[in-house]
Design a binder for this molecule. Structure first.
Ligand code: CP3
Length: 343
């Protein structure tokens, strides 16, 4: 498949490009007027996230309004726990809340997992077809999933947490059951991502948003083997991994079959290149709070970031854009990247 603008795919083919490609995590969200109006026309987040027509509409908005190089399919990482049997709601000012959680090993027995989650996720696959039609060959489409540990954390906590201590406690108290749950989540993710790829997403990103919560030994035992399986067992499209905040596990990621690593604003590209080499593509890593600065400051910070990153870089933020950020400021960032030229 070729697109009018495929600079995001070119970077993975080692083609010579004149500037880094750019997209922004959470670009399809509350920063955009179209999203806010669609969001206020429905009863809640769940109604939006399960409606393929509305998904297609909010997914393409950033292409037109912000001018990013790729769209990311509007969805959420929590659709997987839900397809496994744990329903959630997004509560205003609080975030995700699950009505049922995994509180003991026996709760893991009854979970739906593997190929059978696909039935419950048909709306996602239908939304890919609708979105591809709307994009009409202009740009690539990114698909994503949460990583096993991050989903495990929500399935046990039932909501966000400063410490994720219930989920971490479960690892210590029930190591065998923890592996079983990680396995069930991993099997589900692999089927889910492969089906997304079959439906036409051009690349994928795995979000390990709570990677930083685990000590290295636990990350190596309970998370990394499953991450490796996901990158091994998913079909051949470019793959990005975002182990947010987990700088101490970076040296252990050498044999993960990923093409790019997304880094937050606290990790330096020098550190990544030292451990993972020159050929890995680095995505990131402007501090989302930088976008609260003046347009001049944003432009200077973006240029500085691109100089430090060099080639093999996808411009993005170090984490999702905060919902109260001015979309004009996000556009200054995007325009600065699009106007930049490698020397
Ligand atoms: O990047 C994009 O534009 C695609 C959309 C996207 C959403 N969630 C939409 C969303 C993506 C990639 C996600 C992933 C996601 N969801 C992650 C991983 C990325 C990260 O931020 O670390 C996580 C941890 C979640 C779980 C989640 N979903 C939270 C914590 C929240 C509440 C956040 C908030 O701003 O209220 C959600 C809900 C959610 N998912 C919203 C959006 C736009 C806001 C809900 C709304 O509009 O009511």
């Amino acid at each position: 498949m070729s697109y009018k603008n495929e600079i995001l795919l070119d970077v993975f083919k080692s083609k010579s490009i004149e500037r880094p490609p750019i997209w922004v995590m959470r670009q399809a969200g509350r920063i955009l007027p179209g999203y806010r109006s669609v969001r206020s026309s429905v009863s809640g987040f769940k109604e939006l996230v399960q409606n393929p027509d509305l998904i297609a509409e909010v997914t393409v908005e950033p292409l037109h309004v912000l001018g990013v190089d790729a769209a990311i399919l509007f969805s959420d990482i929590l659709v997987i726990p839900e397809s496994m049997g744990l329903d959630y709601e997004i509560v205003e000012k609080k975030g995700p809340v699950f009505d049922k959680v995994i509180s003991s090993p026996s709760d893991i027995e009854n979970l739906n997992y593997g190929e059978s989650v696909l039935d419950k996720l048909q709306y996602v696959f239908e939304s890919i077809h609708k979105t591809k039609k709307r994009i009409n060959g202009s740009n690539p489409l990114i698909g994503f999933s949460g990583a096993p540990w991050t989903l495990f954390a929500y399935m046990i906590e039932g909501t966000g947490s400063k410490t994720f201590s219930k989920a971490r406690r479960f690892l210590y108290e029930h190591p065998k059951s923890s592996h079983l749950l990680m396995e069930k989540i991993t099997d589900s993710i692999i089927y889910y991502l492969n089906e997304k790829i079959k439906c036409g997403v051009d690349l994928i990103q795995l979000f390990d948003s709570w990677a930083e919560m685990l000590p290295v030994n636990q990350y190596l035992e309970f998370s990394l083997p499953y991450i490796k399986r996901i990158f091994q067992e998913t079909n051949d499209v470019p793959k990005i991994f975002f182990p947010k905040g987990a700088w101490s596990v970076i040296p252990h990621l050498k044999d993960v079959k990923m093409d790019a690593i997304s880094i937050d604003w606290k990790t330096s590209p020098e550190y990544i290149r030292h451990h993972l080499g020159e050929s890995i593509i680095i995505q990131g890593n402007l501090d989302p709070c930088q976008l609260y600065g003046t347009p001049e400051e944003i432009g200077l910070a973006a240029e500085e970031m691109m100089k430090v990153m060099g080639r093999n870089h996808i411009a993005n933020l170090g984490h999702g854009v905060y919902p109260d950020t001015s979309s004009d400021h996000v556009k200054v960032y995007i325009d600065t990247v699009k106007g930049y030229r490698y020397s």
